[in-house]
Design a protein around this ligand. Structure first.
Ligand SMILES: [Mg+2]
Length: 432
């Protein structure tokens, strides 16, 4: 399909009224309506590419507007003219001279960039008739490195180092693939512990998750200290000492408060403390990590680009790297961060949930294991059990593991009825 040409880009503002049941609620985001700025690449062959970026409500329309503007970089182009040099394509979007002032490479315009770049990768995988993880896993090291924009990170990771690492880690790839096909990717559940849930509901959800085979659980903290302790004690007692309990403060605390509160919660043996403070505070994270030894520090879902991830790693500020499939500028920049993490020896545990993030990150985690880290140690992928029914190729979970996706693409196509009913503000759900 060398003449496959992108003829149009549809952009849809999709929102789900999750705030009505406190789904997704945490110490900072009290009433999120899980939303997707969604785009569809139309082509001259009937094949379509799908992409989205995730937000929590009203900001979604800003992302939709930004996608409409950036769509000029894909419209009327052949797919091959983009995929021949994917790093150049990424730089075109992030370097637009009329738009770059809003970032650079952060915020609304970066989220919008992610939707389009991911849509191109979805279309590319479909044209190759492979799930995205497989398309990536079968690439030559030089080809993988060619999709990365090394600008601003080559003081920490050069192209040659990336290629050497990819070559070295190739050994054993077939065995790892066999393992993934048989076992899937280890996941953890965040669905049990939203901050807006009652104790009874958390207790019941823990029972259900244990019965379904989950071994890793996450609790939202950052509320009233006594409430946090009570909830942490309850979940720890429910799941027992051998299962893993992660805690997530969603950026609630100042640095010194984070140190005190994390120490206080240490008695419940958290496997990590996530987003203890501002996602931009590299040195603050480093201090928290130094002053609360024994609790691993995690962040990344709001880490705006590869440059900031580089700094977190250079400053020894994190133990767990939580890439986000559409906070970073799509597949390309995620590959850059996965390689940076491998160089610094930091496990990647992707952020997921929201809408479509689980569908996305399973591909990135599989690629990481197959081609980059070659390890499962301390690696676990977030799972949240909401809104999967809207996807044509939803995640499949078995006993707390993601099963490898099998259909071509990036698993992000949403059913037409959902696009109709949940579009904002005219869809059926929002008119009622
Ligand atoms: Mg989080």
């Amino acid at each position: 399909m060398t003449d496959l040409r992108i003829t149009g880009v549809q952009v849809i503002d999709l929102r789900f009224p999750t705030s009505r049941e406190s789904i997704g609620s945490d110490a900072v985001n009290k009433d999120p309506d899980y939303s997707a700025a969604y785009c569809i690449l139309e082509t001259n062959h009937g094949l379509r590419g799908f992409g989205l970026t995730f937000t929590c409500g009203h900001g979604n329309e800003l992302c939709c507007d930004a996608i409409r503007y950036l769509a000029r970089y894909v419209k009327d182009r052949t797919l091959s003219s983009i995929t021949d040099d994917l790093a150049a394509f990424s730089r075109q979007l992030t370097g637009d001279t009329q738009f770059r002032w809003l970032g650079p490479e952060k915020g609304v315009i970066h989220l919008a960039t992610a939707a389009l770049i991911n849509a191109v990768w979805d279309l590319y995988s479909r044209a190759e008739n492979k799930p995205l993880w497989q398309l990536l896993a079968e690439m030559e090291p030089e080809r993988i490195a060619s999709v990365i924009d090394f600008h601003y990170i080559n003081d920490a990771l050069t192209r040659d180092e990336a290629i050497a690492l990819l070559k070295e880690r190739r050994a054993g790839q077939e065995d790892r693939l066999e393992h993934l096909r048989a076992n899937g990717l280890l996941a953890y559940t965040t669905s049990v512990g939203w901050i807006g849930f009652s104790d009874e509901k958390i207790s019941r959800l823990c029972d259900e998750a244990l019965a379904a085979g989950w071994t890793h659980f996450k609790l939202k903290v950052g509320g009233d200290p006594a409430d946090d302790r009570r909830r942490a004690r309850m979940v720890r007692e429910k799941i027992g000492p051998s299962h893993r309990l992660m805690m997530d403060a969603n950026q609630k605390w100042d640095v010194e408060e984070a140190i005190l509160r994390t120490r206080e919660l240490q008695q419940f043996d958290p496997w990590w403390m996530e987003e203890p403070t501002s996602p931009d505070d590299v040195l603050g994270h480093a201090r928290i990590r130094r002053e609360v030894p024994g609790v691993r520090i995690a962040t990344g879902e709001h880490c705006q680009n590869r440059i900031l991830f580089k700094q977190f790693m250079q400053a020894h500020a994190i133990d767990v790297c939580q890439i986000d499939s559409c906070r970073l500028a799509g597949v390309n920049e995620n590959i850059a961060v996965i390689l940076l993490a491998a160089k610094f020896g930091i496990p990647v545990c992707p952020h997921a949930g929201g809408v479509g993030l689980c569908e996305y990150v399973q591909h990135l985690a599989a690629f990481d294991y197959l081609r980059v880290s070659a390890s499962l140690e301390n690696r676990v992928v977030e799972f949240v059990d909401h809104l999967h029914e809207h996807f044509v190729d939803p995640v499949r979970i078995r006993r707390g593991h993601y099963l490898l996706p099998e259909q071509p693409g990036y698993s992000i196509e949403i059913y037409p009825e959902t696009l109709r009913d949940y579009s904002y503000p005219d869809g059926r759900i929002w008119r009622s």
